[in-house]
Design a protein around this ligand. Structure first.
Ligand code: NAP
Length: 242
């Protein structure tokens, strides 16, 4: 698919990987909508950077814990741009909790943001895409979907479910919509980790180094542009899950 003047919606696109992917999609020629929850300032900054690339940009607040805000968010993207061709489900929550300390509130929050939100975004954009020229959906999962991360049980399960959603929706929405996933390992330091802890991860990676946002953006570009791939994941983790 050629992305010039197409429209891509990226959830959690205000900063970090979401922002990097928004800028990469803009460099491919797309106009960009991003959602944010708490990062209004960074979302505006990202829109300015997209505008400087000559593309149109829109930032919408969408706390995707609440499924009822998702269809209206997609509707506003359609009203603003008049079309919608791509969705990247990147918004996510990630925090460590001991297996025995996960309570119903923590479980519900992680599942709501990481799994239920992407499902309803998929459903909402698919209604438009199936009625028009089709589209492409990319879900951001995590290496824990292949190799369980014991201190992040609810996150692990939410991302495994997102992988299941990827395959299911690839089948359900074919042939007009392609749905794939990107599975990063350590590509961008969580904000609450110190540099030493982050660097130490490299010792446990077969390739003995950390990844980068650019590794993810290359995969995104490939999945946006490939015409014959659906229901698959690109694994970017230096061999960790082997
Ligand atoms: N960083 C890595 O190395 C890595 C590794 C494996 C997988 N991934 C996956 O790649 C994706 C992006 O990674 P990242 O590190 O850039 O993610 P991140 O910083 O942990 O989170 C991305 C965004 O999620 C949004 N978000 C959180 N709660 C939300 C809510 N209730 N409603 C709407 N948005 C909400 C946040 O928006 P606000 O800031 O506006 O609140 C945040 O900007 C995620 O899906 C992550 O699981 C990343």
């Amino acid at each position: 698919m050629v992305w010039q003047d197409k429209v891509v919606l990226i959830t959690g696109g205000a900063h970090r990987l979401g922002k990097a992917m928004a800028l990469r999609a803009a460099e491919l020629g797309a106009h960009i909508a991003i959602t944010y929850n708490t990062s209004a300032g960074p979302a505006e900054d990202t829109c300015e950077e997209i505008t400087r690339l000559g593309r149109r940009a829109l930032a919408l607040r969408c706390n995707q814990v609440d499924p009822d805000v998702i269809q209206p968010t997609v509707d506003r993207v359609m009203q603003h741009f008049g079309r919608l061709d791509g969705l990247v489900n990147s918004a996510s929550v990630f925090y460590r909790t001991d297996f025995f300390e996960i309570d119903q509130q923590a479980w519900d929050e992680v599942m709501a943001i990481n799994t239920r939100g992407p499902f309803f975004f998929t459903q909402s954009v698919a209604r438009y895409m199936l009625d028009h020229d089709g589209g492409v959906i990319v879900n951001m999962i995590d290496e824990s979907a292949l190799k369980p991360s014991l201190d992040y049980a609810h996150h692990t399960i939410s991302k495994a479910a997102l992988w299941s959603l990827t395959r299911l929706s690839a089948l359900r929405l074919a042939p007009k919509i392609r749905v794939n996933a990107i599975l990063p390992g350590a590509v961008l330091k969580p904000p609450d980790w110190d540099a030493e802890r982050w660097q130490a991860i490299a010792d446990h990676i077969p390739l003995k180094k950390l990844g980068s946002p650019d590794d993810v953006c290359q995969a995104l570009e490939f999945l946006l542009c490939s015409e014959f791939i659906t229901g698959q994941m690109i694994v970017i983790e230096g061999g960790t899950t082997i």
